[in-house]
Design a protein around this ligand. Sequence first.
Ligand SMILES: Cc1ncc(C[n+]2csc(CCOP(=O)(O)OP(=O)(O)O)c2C)c(N)n1
Ligand SMILES: [Mg+2]
Length: 349
Amino acid sequence: MEQGLRRVIGGDAGVPDGEVAGLSDDDLLALYRSLVLLRTYDERSVVYHRQGRIGTYAIFWNHEAMQVGSVHALEDRDWIFPSYRESAIGLLRGIPASTILSWWRGHPAGWWNPADHNVASICVPIGTHVPHAAGLAWGKRLNGEDAVAIVYFGDGATSEGAFHEGATFAGVLKAPLVLLCNNNQWAISTPVSAQTAAETLADKAIGYGMPGVRVDGADVLAVYEATRDAVDRARAGAGPTFIEAVTYRAAPHATADDPTPYIDPERVEEERARECVGRYERYLRRAGLLSDELAEGIKQGALVLMRDGIAAAEAEQPGDPALLFEHAFAEPPASFGHELAELRRVLAG
Ligand SMILES: Cc1ncc(C[n+]2csc(CCOP(=O)(O)OP(=O)(O)O)c2C)c(N)n1
Ligand SMILES: [Mg+2]
C-alpha cells in the first residue's frame, strides 16, 4: 500500500486509529449503514445480472468508502454528479433502489428528475459531466445560493478534454466544486501508469489553480474529512478542490469484462483482503460501537431493501416508446412525430 496518503483508520501493523473531529457515535454508525447499503446493492446487482434481471452492470465493490465518505460530507442542498461507477449513490439521498435497478434494466422508471434529490443523471460518457457540474456550481454562486457540487470520475477521465475544460472553468471562475477522482488504477485494461506521466493525479490540480489532495479512498473517515475540508472551502467562496481518492478496482470493470488477461491476481487478492467495508467494520468494533447483533440487523435491512427493490422494478409495466422522444429537446423537432409513428408501427409488427 502506498505511503503519504491521508488516513484515519489504523489497525494494520500497529498503526493507531485516528478520529475525525465533529463526528458523533451516531454519525459513525450512519456511515456504516450507508457502506452496507451500497455493498449490498453492488453484490446483489451482480447476482441479478447473472440471473438476467438487469443488464450490463458497472461493479463498484471496494469503492463504497469513497462514495459514502464524500456524500456524508455534503448538505442536502449540495449537488451530486455521478458517473456509471457511482450509479447507486442516489440511495444515500433517498432515491429508491427500484429506480436505480430500473435504470440498469433500461426502463424509463429508472429516470429521475435531478432536482428532486439534487442528484444528476448517471453519466456514461467519460468526463462529460465535469463541465456540467462546474456550470451548475457556478450558477448556484451567481444566484447567491451557498450550495456546492461534487463530481465523480475515474483516473481515465483525467485524460479527457471534458475534464480539462471543466477543471479550467471551475478554477478560473472559483466555482464551488469538488472534483473527486476515483483513482482505481485502471481504465478498463489501461493502467494508470499509461494514463499519465505525472507522479500523481493530484499533481494535475496545480495546473488548474486549485489544491490537490491525496487520500486513501478505502478509508471512509479520511475521505469524509478531506471532502468536508473541500466543501467548506468551496462554500466559503475560495473555489474548487481536486481530491484523488486512491483505491483499487478489485472486481472486473463491469459484468461484460474479463480482466484475467491484464490483471495481477495476487494484487487483487491483497486488495480484497483489505477492502473498505470490512476495514471500517473492524474500526467500529475496536471503538466498541458495533456489536454482532447490530451489524447483522443492518445487513438484513439492506437485503430486504434490495429484494423489495428488484421486485418493484420487475413489476413495472413496459415503458411507453414515446418517452424515448421526450426530455431531449425543450422544443422537439417536427420529425419526431413521424419517427414515433414509425417506431410504434415497428414495435407492433
Ligand atoms: C467519451 C468516452 N470514451 C470512451 C468510453 C468507453 N469507456 C467506458 S469505461 C472507460 C474507462 C474509464 O476509466 P476511468 O475513467 O478510470 O473510470 P473507471 O471505469 O475506472 O471507474 C472507457 C474508456 C466512454 N464511455 N466514453
Ligand atoms: Mg479507473
